[in-house]
Design a binder for this molecule. Structure first.
Ligand code: FES
Length: 153
């Protein structure tokens, strides 16, 4: 009789241990999922853009133009607008190597970074130098014959 009672106690303890183990494993799993979600880098391509109008007189029919966009008050952001036949491209002037501002060289028709001589073509593709990535293209949209460029602020 006493052996049966001890066996029941043992089974209850084993059952409780399993429940406790399951509980702690569940908690650990939840913390693991939360940790992955917090540490996971956000998709850099998924950006929110705010659109600003580009005055038409700032755009050449064919060519590259530096445009300072008023983003409010006294604040301006510089971009490059490139028009070729029917296409319009807006590029960030920030070199993808270490973040210097690129200049447009009209003689060679390419963007040149003054810091380490990175060179980009008029579509922002790397021609030479240390940059590995092209200049960032900014979204352009035309609404009611007005041109807007998207900036991630
Ligand atoms: S920062 Fe432009 S090439 Fe290095």
């Amino acid at each position: 009789m006493q052996l049966i009672q001890q066996d029941e106690k043992f089974q209850r303890r084993a059952f409780l241990k399993r429940i406790i183990r399951f509980f702690f494993l569940s908690i650990s799993f939840i913390f693991l999922i939360l940790g992955i979600k917090i540490l996971k880098p956000k998709n850099p391509r998924k950006r929110e853009y705010k659109f600003f109008q580009i005055p038409e007189d700032k755009i050449l029919r064919n060519g590259v133009r530096k445009v300072d966009i008023n983003i409010g008050g006294e604040k301006y952001l510089r971009i490059y607008v490139i028009s070729k036949e029917d296409t319009l491209i807006a590029l960030s002037p920030i070199c993808t190597h270490l973040g210097c501002f690129v200049n447009f060289d009209r003689n060679d028709n390419e963007f040149v970074c003054p810091c380490h001589s990175g060179r980009y073509d008029t579509e922002g593709k790397v021609i030479s130098g240390p940059p590995k990535e092209p200049l960032q293209r900014l979204p352009v949209k035309i609404e009611n014959n007005k041109i807007y460029v998207g900036l991630a602020l």
